[in-house]
Design a protein around this ligand. Sequence first.
Ligand code: UD1
Length: 420
Amino acid sequence: MMDRFDVEGGRPLTGTIECAGSKNGTLPLMAASLLTKGVTILDNVPHLQDIFTMAMVMRVIGADVQLENGKLRIDTSHSNFFEAPYELVRKMRASFYVLGPLIARFGKAKVSLPGGCNLGPRPVNLHLKAFERLGCKIDIDAGYVLAETDNLKGAVIDLDIASVGATGNIMMAATAAEGTTTIHNAACEPEIEELGRFLTEMGADVSGAGTPTVEINGPTVLKPVSNWRVIPDRIEAGTLLVAGAITNGRVTVQNCNPEHLSVFLNKLADTGADVEISGNDVTVDATNRKLSAVDITTAVYPGFPTDLQSPWTSLMSVANGSSTLTEKVYPERFSHVPELERLGAKITKEMNSAHITGVDSLKAASIMCSDIRAAAAIVIAALAAEGQTSVLRVYHLDRGYERFEDKLNKLGGKVLRVRE
Ligand code: UD1
């Protein structure tokens, strides 16, 4: 199904909207549930395609998975299969998170290599090197990773890059390794901090998650967790705030975690928008003003998130003045740029940077989504464009944003989903 959005631009978004639970927070917790037998229950889980894809991967492994009203129930009692097939892993790279738990629980795993992706090269070499350090034999055959071990042993792992996926995967595998595993240059993202707390609740001995050094002592007896509330989605929150700003509206995002967004919120305030934090709610007010151009450079947490770089490109396309956006995490992540140009944005690409000269206004055209965050960026740009923009291939958006058109419409946007 190739749904499209017809977006009537030029309407300021105003009002209050609830932040969804974190997609990138939920995915590793689902994988972690495979570490032991029994029923895990996660609450505040967003209903979106990536979660359904992970559920399918888990079902292949023999887990029973049900999602109802934000509650995800996973029963791993009868999981007995240790394979994740290409058909699913190619749809979502985060499926690769099951490798660590499968190695830990079964001592073997067969997981497809994820393959290419629209963000540019996204290898898994760091994951594989680390599993080898933990005493796992790794072979690649016909596009699959074959992992096998008799005995996982704790090790010191120095990550060349602070990879979110590798850090999470290693943490999960290390719960079954004998002795101490220390991860240096670990990713510090809130989703990793949450995984650390979740594993601790399961009975693992994990310290330092959310800092550059994580230590796991194993093995310990693990039990399932049945009352976990997933953290708010900081990327959805940031995206909705940009939507408020770009339409010169006033939007409050409720129940997010402003601490997880502090660099982004400071940049948003630098544009001249009023940004107000009240407990777990953030309000952006950009009514009756032209926002100013502000440079950003993406970085690992707590830096400016790469997942908000594309919405920021949209915002800067109509800001007053010129800005430079530098992408340090995924240097090739600019597939939204040609689409924004179709709306009249003035952008010059140079290596891993985009130089943007703000224009007075964008104008409607037909445009196309190419990855989750690029999709969010161009839908938001369409909200600010004069006339009716058709946004094709919104299935990319649906991977990561729950009922996004409903949320935008609740705020006064006019976004129609057309089933083709
Ligand atoms: C996660 C997020 C994604 C976000 C990204 C960076 C999930 C499900 N996805 O993706 O939304 O954009 O973090 O914040 O949480 N790398 C290697 N070798 C490896 C692993 C990674 O070279 O083995 C490189 C990647 O190509 C990239 C950088 O490390 O340049 C960061 O990637 P990583 O942190 O692993 O991203 P993901 O966990 O895939």
